[in-house]
Design a binder for this molecule. Structure first.
Ligand SMILES: [Zn+2]
Length: 286
């Protein structure tokens, strides 16, 4: 099973404050693990709306110390640690997130950090096998940190490898030619934070035409664009995705809130809620 569920696909301050698109990041379901990536505002309400128990999350990845990528992580830590009653869950995050940035700001309190089973500091250039214990079983995946050009110097993108799949995530970054091309080369899926369309340049972020350059060179099997800013949404994300697909020859999708992509079947669509009471009870018991 390999599944990506988008809890929020909005980027930029207007989405952040007005929730035109939610800003909750996404879930990776792989090898029986649930990993929340960059859970900003909206993550928890999306999970509850989809009837995904927050307590079923095994790990959180926070790629940098920005509020739209981490605000609801402490709530998910409370869920992973059974309401803080015992240690539980794995946090993989940039140094700035848990130790503090240059100004001394840290976004996860020491109290929340103390309730984690594993608190892993990660960054660009780090390659690590992450081991997670679940119901007496040890499950692993490989994570490789990828350099970003963004406001937080400790930030990172990543490539996650598990179950024979390679999933890349750019996080927030400007395009770094050749470096990003090599890092995400031939990924099964590249999730790219493309905040603006065409050549609407904004420092520290990807925009449409740079995404084309990256896709032409890296040739992933599929690109899903997320973290879409207001200008992107006004342009029709689907039309911009079609343009990028045509120019890059890489299948490209503009993500939508509460949609999911199945890496095994290639199916993209609205995430299906549990249908029966029995299913729900089973899910709650997990
Ligand atoms: Zn950012």
């Amino acid at each position: 099973m390999a599944n990506i569920i988008f809890l929020g696909t909005g980027g930029g301050r207007l989405n952040l404050l007005r929730q035109i698109r939610r800003t909750g990041g996404f879930l990776i379901e792989i090898n029986s693990l649930r990993i929340a990536v960059d859970p900003g505002p909206g993550a928890l309400s999306s999970l509850n709306e989809l009837q995904i128990n927050p307590m079923s999350i095994d790990a959180i990845i926070i790629t940098h110390n920005h509020i739209d990528h981490m605000l609801e992580a402490p709530l998910l830590i409370e869920a992973m640690s059974s309401y803080m009653l015992k240690k539980g869950g794995t946090l993989i995050s940039a140094k700035s997130v848990v130790k503090g940035d240059k100004k001394g700001d840290r976004c996860i309190t020491l109290y929340h950090q103390s309730k984690l089973s594993q608190n892993i500091i990660f960054g660009a250039g780090t390659g690590k096998k992450i081991l997670i214990e679940k119901k007496g079983k040890k499950i692993s995946f490989r994570l490789t940190g990828v350099k970003v050009k963004h406001d937080d110097e400790d930030g990172f993108g990543f490539v996650l490898e598990a179950g024979g799949k390679r999933i890349g995530y750019t996080s927030d970054t400007e395009y770094i030619p050749s470096f990003h091309d090599a890092a995400y080369e031939k990924a099964d899926l590249l999730i790219a934070n493309v905040i603006r369309p065409i050549t609407d340049i904004i420092p520290g972020h990807l925009y449409g035409n740079d995404a084309i350059k990256l896709l032409r060179a890296a040739k992933p099997k599929l690109c899903i664009m997320t973290h879409l800013g207001l200008k992107f949404l006004q342009k029709s994300p689907e039309l911009e995705a079609a343009r990028i697909e045509k120019e890059s020859a890489v299948r490209t999708i503009a993500a939508r809130d509460l949609f999911s992509y199945n890496l095994n079947s290639g199916k993209w669509g609205k995430y299906k809620k549990e249908k029966t009471k029995k299913d729900l009870q089973k899910k709650l018991a997990e």
